[in-house]
Design a protein around this ligand. Sequence first.
Ligand code: SF4
Ligand SMILES: [Zn+2]
Length: 377
Amino acid sequence: MANSCGILGNDSKAVKIHHLVKAPENTPESVSFRESWDASRPVTVYKTPENLPDGSSCTAATVILRSKGCAWWWKSGCTFCGYFNDVRDDVSAEDMFSQWEYAKESTNKFEGCKMIKVYTSGTFFEDRENPPEWQETVLKETAEMGLHLVVEAQAQMCTPEKIQWVAERHPGCTVAIGLEAYDDIVLRFHVNKGFTTKQWHRAVEMLRDNDLRVKTYLLFKPPFMSEGDALEHTTSWLIDVAPFSDEVSVNPMNIQKNTIVDRLFRNREYRSPWLWSLVEMIKRAHRGLGDSSCRIIVHPTAGGKIRGAHNCGTCDSEVVAAIERYSVSGDVHEFSHLACSCETHWRAELDNDLNLPITLGYGTFRRGNPTDLVRAP
Ligand code: SF4
Ligand SMILES: [Zn+2]
């Protein structure tokens, strides 16, 4: 990027604060590392069990493309987003077509799949990020193959013309929007999302007007927020956004390399959420939503690891498995057998967060040797 002068600058005009914050990611070393990826191959292609819009189970293919990346990230970027690690800004239209061909060949045209998620580390239908002729090919081919398509977008990129254009080429597809928080203050100061809840509502209306499905992502525990607040806020956001969404997927924070959250984490100023908090959020939201038809999905990426949502180290795999099972079954009984002594520790942390005047939370590290933990990172 033009302003990639690193933390010391290069005698040119002063750069904006976000360039300084992101300086290490924009050093020539980081840029050349990113550009060492093969632009003619996607980041990854894999299959997972999923549910179709009618609730029936199926296999879904996920294709993550090595695109030019999110226009918002290049301009500023969300505090937790490490997608830029997978993108390169010199990807051509030809590269995008060959990545798509590779995805088809490597899966024998998505054999055995009824659903496909095409993720571009940004907005699928944003013309500066992805060539329109490539977007058109993906929309039409997936519709012809009878696959239910899921793409991602930022709310402010949804315009009536573009949404109509998408709906004409792949009727009924799902558009997933990373709302992260249903609160404008959190969006602005914790997430740096680049759009407001009002813009999200407008985008949802456009999708509904064109009979497209709405998937909403929320982020559990953005930076600068305590565990107790994260539980209370995300639960109420979940209940509030469900009536506007066909599915809500809550993503517990996983600390991605070289992001602002990563810096806080390395400075011992951020801890990823407890798995117990996710279980509690699901139980509360389940009660709050009653018989709403909206599906709640929680996939704890890096669950049980120190950079993902985790507990004490002993009960993690069992709790992660129960959360994953809930995302498919929608049955809160998946949690009834769970128990571990660390639950008391978690409850004490929540009580302190919600009763003591410590804005960023009271939480301590849950694992490791206590002497090592007080040393500088
Ligand atoms: S809008 Fe999405 S892709 Fe862009 S910086 Fe934010 S999280 Fe990352
Ligand atoms: Zn435990």
